[in-house]
Design a protein around this ligand. Structure first.
Ligand SMILES: [Zn+2]
Length: 71
């Protein structure tokens, strides 16, 4: 999933693991590995979060991810 990879995170508040994409940017968990790409750092490194955190972090997920009602 790569739906909001355009958000930019401030590396100031992140640990090294979080900046490396080794830990969830929200809860710091390293395992299970964060898999959702929620944004980037100013140097364009990827910022990852676990699926649950990504949902909490990005309540405005594009509807295409959630599934549009059929019309
Ligand atoms: Zn998390």
């Amino acid at each position: 999933m790569d739906w909001l990879g355009m958000a930019t995170f401030d590396p100031e508040g992140l640990s090294f693991a979080q900046r490396d994409g080794d830990a969830c940017v929200v809860c710091h968990k390293r395992w299970p590995r964060p898999r959702v790409h929620v944004g980037r750092l100013p140097d364009s490194s990827r910022v990852l979060a676990c699926p649950d955190c990504a949902e909490a972090l990005l309540p405005a997920m594009p509807a295409t991810v959630v599934g549009l009602p059929s019309r």
